[in-house]
Design a protein around this ligand. Sequence first.
Ligand SMILES: [Zn+2]
Length: 152
Amino acid sequence: MNSTQTNESPRSSQTASVVRRAGLRMTKQRRAVVDAILASKDHPTAGAIFERAKQYEPGISLATIYNCLETMAKAGVINHLHFDNGPSRFCPNFVPHVHVLDDSNNKVIDVQLKAGLCPEDIFDLPPGVTVTSMEACLRGSIPEQYHSHEQQ
Ligand SMILES: [Zn+2]
């Protein structure tokens, strides 16, 4: 008997893991929010997540979206991003990375350090400083082929 066999898709087991790590109980609404985030590679706003979550759960409210996003961000299971005065955006990429923002269209992509490098290799850190996480935004222009799009 295969004890790992379930009727869940890979995304729904990832969704369950995200909800659990945020310290939340699974509900249909939370599943819709997390499914919408995990399907998004374009660093969506809460409003965009709302529109996408409605595809999974038509009756969901914007307040539910905000509550769920805030709880998940506090628990560290999604990144809450702020770019200047624009609306908050959200990133489901759990691999350490920084963001590149295209000044002309506000598209955002994730970039990682080159293989084998760590932040201490590229930043002139004072002696004794220990890096526990990395948060940076590079600005410029991003060729169209690198723009991330929602994955459905
Ligand atoms: Zn990101």
